[in-house]
Design a protein around this ligand. Sequence first.
Ligand code: ADE
Length: 242
Amino acid sequence: MNYYVMTLFPDMISQGVGTSITGRAMEKGIISLHTVNIRDFAGNRYGKVDDYPYGGGAGMVMQAEPVYGAYEAVSAMAGKRPRLVYLTPQGRVFNQKMAQEMAQESDLAFLCGHYEGIDERVLEAIVTDFVSIGDYVLTGGELPAMVMIDAIARMVPGVLSNEQSGVSESFSDGLLEYPQYSRPENWRGRQVPSVLLSGHHGNVEKWRREQSILRTAKYRPDLLKNAELTEKEKNWLRMQTQ
Ligand code: ADE
């Protein structure tokens, strides 16, 4: 999968994505990252890409033409006009299902804004997806782009060493993940749940499933309505919470 990121801070993106699992995926050639500095398309020798907003108001607005030029450069690299995500708190809130769906793309571009926003006309012209990573406001789109790149990359086959680990975890079945334990068996007086030491695979699986359901009910009850629970599990949960 090829990622393209249009930004005023390309180093921030390449440092972030070049680290850890996504960095290894880049080395293996499973994903690639191309950053484009919007400033390179300023059209003036100062590299100025922002101006005052028409109608007045605080802050500066990123101008249309440099952003358009950056997308033309991305399109030339990709050999097509790739799907383009604009990171904005006004977008659809990102989730695991969107990560899964976007991981099917061969090319995916991101536009990171700064200042008070980007001239609406270029957004209308080129953006296919307006996406937010949550209901809070950040100083720019770089961190949200990195969040999306990370979540999407781990859904791309071969990025995670054990492909199972992309499937049996929080959100994949609409439930939070069960708790994990490692050595020692007793840590400062806290014991590992005995079922995990029993060697009985069936009981371990049953316990983990129950823990997932309990955790979801406790911390994210909003997720339960879309989770895939059997009638038996729903009854069991009712018994636990009575
Ligand atoms: N830019 C600023 N805040 C953002 C957010 N929450 N999500 C996506 N892009 C943003």
